[in-house]
Structure formats: C-alpha cells, structure tokens
Design a protein around this ligand. Structure first.
Ligand SMILES: [Zn+2]
Length: 263
C-alpha cells in the first residue's frame, strides 16, 4: 500500500505539470526479484488507473554501466575495498554494545577499518567497494526538498562523515542501491524524485554521489508515510494488508484511493 501511495503521488504530480512518469524496476537483488512480481507491480499500477511512460528500465539488464562509472570515477569517489563482515564492523566500533547509536541510512557507520586499501589501479568487483568520506573537509552539500520538509536541505561533509560514513557502492557483483539510483536518475534525466520520508537521509548519500560524479541534482519530494489510526506505519505492522489482498477481497480502485487519502 505504501508503494501504491508513492506511485499515485508521483503520477499525479507529473501529470499535473505535463511531465512524464517513469517506473523503474530496481531488481539488483536476485533473491528479491522475480518476473511475476514485476508483472504484478505493473498490473497493480494499471488497475489503480495509473499510466506510465516508456521505457521501463530494469537495473539488472545492464550491470556494466554501473561498473564503468566506478572505474571512471574511482579517484573522485575515493573507492576502497573492504570485506569486513557486519560482526567485524560492530566489533570495531568504539562501543559495540551501543551499535544502534552508530547506525545511519546505510546501516552501521563504518569505523574506517580498511580505508588504507585504496584501489586506484584495479577494482575487483567480486568484493565490497566503499567510498571514503573521511578526507573531505569543510564542504557543504544541499538538495532542494519540495515535500513536507520543504526548503533547501544543507549538511556538511563532517556531518555526513559522522552520521553516514563510508557508504557501500558495490557489493560482491552488484551495484548498491544508492549508486544505481543516482546513475539512473541522471541517465533517465529525472527532474523530480518522489518517495517516502523513510528515504530522506538516504538522499544525503545521493546528493554527495551526485556531487562527486558531477551529475545534475533532481528535486526531491519526500512524502509522509502512511500509518494506521494509531500512527503506526503500515509497512511496520505484521497484519498490514497488501494491495493484492485488498484486490482479492473485492475492493475497487476508488476505495483504495479513498483509504490512502486520495479523492
Ligand atoms: Zn574492511
């Protein structure tokens, strides 16, 4: 239901402005990507009465595009190789028992263990590659937010380094979500990115990546997350019903829109 909500906001915003609405299949994790789920997404959107522009980009179809960007920008990104496990990272934190305090939008904030492994010559894509954020001092980043937190959102390189850390850009054969996302936004000439507030901090990662890769920044609209009557996020509830479930129970698209607060 959260995804349906997001799609409706993006679709309506694009159509209202005479723009295009794209669906991108972010299928980089093979264990969570199946053709029939993809078909279901498109079928659900169609059922909701949303139309989308072509082509539908599938990230899994051209992994080399992402590789080539990393090869080209390895210096700007200050890539280094790291194969520390989650446990290794946890143990290397100054207070491992408080690891939840050391967590950012890319998971545990990396303590810098393998920063010395600078890989300026050859990248090994069967490893994990991170970008070193420790050496960029006194730099300010910003993005333009159009959603409920409306305004220019600024943050410093120091803050980014402390609260986000050395982000993983490549994980054993596959690009990380953050990398694939900014490259595709740029290649598809996306002007407005619409998504939930749960990704607000991840947008800081995308902003830093856009800056280092010299890409144009899109506008962002982070919408509120849909909650039940007690304010609990639907996506976090065990008993939350999927759109599919509602459809099986005979709900009409207009009723779903009403549940989600659309008229
Ligand atoms: Zn490491």
């Amino acid at each position: 239901m959260g995804h349906a909500y997001s799609a409706m906001i993006a679709h309506d915003m694009a159509r209202r402005e005479g723009g295009k609405f794209f669906v991108r299949i972010e299928d980089l994790d093979p264990s969570r990507s199946k053709k029939r789920w993809e078909d279901q997404i498109l079928d659900d959107l169609d059922w909701l009465g949303l139309s989308w522009d072509r082509p539908v980009v599938r990230q899994s179809e051209s992994i080399d595009r992402y590789k080539n960007i990393l090869i080209k920008f390895k210096k700007e990104l200050r890539l280094f190789e790291c194969n520390c496990s989650r446990r290794d990272i946890k143990n290397a934190l100054s207070a491992p028992h408080e690891s939840e305090k050391f967590s950012g939008p890319d998971g545990l904030i990396y303590p810098g263990t393998c920063r010395g492994n600078n890989l300026l010559y050859k990248l090994n894509f069967s490893n994990v590659l991170r970008m070193d954020n420790s050496l960029r001092k006194n730099k300010s980043y910003s993005f333009c937010e159009l959603g409920p937190k409306k305004g220019k959102i600024s943050f410093s390189s120091e803050e980014f380094s402390k609260r986000v850390g050395d982000v993983v850009l490549w994980r054993r054969g596959y690009p990380a979500y953050h990398l694939a996302c900014v490259i595709d936004d740029s290649e598809q000439k996306i002007t407005h990115v619409v998504r939930g507030l749960d990704l607000f901090d991840a947008t800081k990662i995308h902003t830093v990546l856009n800056s280092r890769l010299g890409l144009k920044k899109p506008f962002y609209f982070h919408h509120k997350l849909i909650c039940d009557e007690n304010g609990k996020r639907l996506a976090k509830r065990d008993d939350s019903k999927s759109l599919q479930k509602y459809r099986q129970e005979g709900f009409k698209a207009s009723e779903i829109k009403e549940i989600l607060g659309f008229k």
